[in-house]
Design a protein around this ligand. Structure first.
Ligand code: NDP
Ligand code: 2IT
Length: 453
């Protein structure tokens, strides 16, 4: 069978057997299409039905989560954990709490996680989970009761060498704490079954910063290859959560200036540079709307989502040299990419998972813009999670500088591996292709070694 037909066949059967999972199809198609060169060179993957196997999770767990709100009413949500692939290590990947979460979203994230984790060079398999629970507007007590109920069920399926969840959208230090406490109460064991833990109880220094820092290190690697750097660059950043905040912080460290950030309600444009203390105060301490920013920084402008130019995300409409989508999937579309290109942007580096739509990626590559694809660029978070697992397993604690330096080395090696693989398969500099092939090869070869898995 031709490679093209093989990919087509797997896409069709995926859509037939798992209807309505749009984001999952998008993630699968992007990977499979870029695998063409290696599938052509290595018929063993077709002979061993690797694609058919790799698109099906090893296990998916779906459960009811019931919890009592502050008014004494029982509320219900759906919980998910998709244990996608354990060929190279225990399942590893975050939990997302957001009203948009459904099985298709968790599967897209879990699928991407397989290749991302493989790229880190560390022994971690791919998984993802979450709930359609909306943390917005909930009291601390409600968040705690939800997290406890969620862990009551999840605890049956996780373990230090089995599956180690972490944070993602809507899940940060507070939620990890409540879930960890509940796991300990249920089992009596103090174990590293979650990463992103508090620094007093098994967490790793630099895990909070790792995804954002890693994304900026990755961008610097891309630019260095072109004999350029981030020094003096203007950056557009979306989001204002964990990834966005530490992307902005590291951009300043590297001599660049971030001029935008956003949340689900609107965006800030601060020509003088986003003020980090103000941003952290509003989003990390107060958990408030970004609208508050302009009350403190009077020269900045706030634009609510309903006044964005139609069909666009206003974050991508400002003059900039580099762009860091760091909020959510499909937040940068073709119209946005055309705006970025027109305004002089040369590089898009994905802090979020799958933030760029397929037509926008095509336009970017056709116009010779540089690209840091999510699986490579945002892998610093999960890589540092694995460093947390290592510290837990050896009952040790490394310094911030030590973890940060390991993170920097890992991001450089992910870049080098992706670049070298793109060269090996005849499209030098196509980092998306290189990253997908390199991430895939290690997992697929391990599956073959392990027989009918
Ligand atoms: P947070 O919950 O800390 O922040 C998410 C940010 O994105 C918030 O500003 C939020 O706005 C905004 N946002 C979320 N959903 C939407 C939406 N549908 N439309 C518009 N804005 C939205 O999450 P993270 O920073 O951890 O995650 C951001 C992205 O990075 C996600 O794609 C995640 O999968 C990815 N990622 C995260 C890693 C990590 O270690 N945390 C690692 C690798 C990737 P608001 O404040 O209004 O909710
Ligand atoms: O998308 C991701 O890589 C994460 N949300 C982090 C996963 C982890 O296990 O640290």
């Amino acid at each position: 069978m031709s490679v093209h037909k093989y990919i087509d066949k797997v896409m069709k059967s995926t859509m037939q057997s798992t209807p309505g999972q749009t984001e999952f199809y998008q993630a699968v198609e992007e990977v499979l299409v870029t695998l063409e060169p290696i599938l052509k060179a290595e018929p063993k993957y077709d002979q061993q039905n690797i694609l058919e196997r790799i698109v099906i999770p090893e296990r998916q767990i779906i459960f009811r989560v019931t919890w009592m709100d502050d008014a004494g009413k029982i509320q219900t949500n759906i919980g998910y954990r998709v244990q996608f692939n354990s060929a190279i290590g225990p399942y590893k990947g975050g939990l997302r709490f957001h009203p948009s979460v459904n099985l298709g979203i968790v599967k897209f994230l879990g699928f991407e996680q397989i290749f991302k984790n493989s790229l880190t060079g560390l022994p971690i398999g791919g998984g993802k989970g979450g709930s359609n629970f909306d943390p917005k507007g909930k009291s601390d007590g409600e968040i705690m009761r939800f997290c406890q109920s969620f862990m009551l069920e999840l605890s049956k399926y996780i373990g230090e060498t089995r599956d180690v969840p972490a944070g993602d959208i809507g899940v940060g230090g507070r939620e990890i704490g409540y879930m960890f406490g509940e796991y300990k109460r249920l089992t009596g064991n103090f174990e590293g079954i979650l990463t992103g833990k508090g620094l007093n109880w098994g967490g790793s220094l630099a895990r909070t910063e790792a995804t954002g820092f890693g994304s900026v290190y990755f961008a610097e690697n891309i630019l260095n290859k072109q004999k350029d750097s981030l020094e003096g660059k203007i950056a557009a950043v979306s989001g204002s959560g964990n990834v966005a905040i530490y992307t902005i912080q590291k951009l300043y460290d590297m001599g660049a200036k971030a001029v935008t950030c956003s949340d689900s309600r609107g965006m800030i444009y601060d020509k003088n540079g986003i003020d980090l203390d103000t941003l952290k105060l509003i989003k990390e301490t107060r958990r408030d709307s970004l609208e508050e920013y302009v009350l403190i920084r009077k020269n900045a402008t706030y634009l609510p989502v309903h006044s964005y130019p139609e069909g666009t995300n206003a974050v991508w409409g400002v003059p900039c040299d580099v762009a860091f989508p760091s909020a959510t999937q499909n937040e940068l579309n073709l119209a946005d990419m055309k705006n970025l290109h027109k305004n002089g942007c040369k590089l898009v580096c994905e802090g979020a998972n799958m933030p760029t739509t397929p037509d926008a990626i095509e336009y970017m590559l056709a116009n010779k813009m540089m690209f840091g694809p999510a699986k490579a660029a945002n892998a610093g978070g999960v890589a540092t999670s694995q460093l947390e697992m290592s510290q837990n397993a050896s009952m040790s604690k490394w310094s911030f500088a030590d973890v940060d330096s390991k993170l920097r080395t890992i991001m450089k090696s992910i870049f080098d591996l992706s670049y070298d693989t793109s060269k090996e398969f005849g499209d030098e500099g196509n980092i998306m292709m290189g990253a997908n092939i390199a991430g895939f090869r290690k997992v697929a070869d391990s599956m073959i070694d392990q027989g009918a898995v």
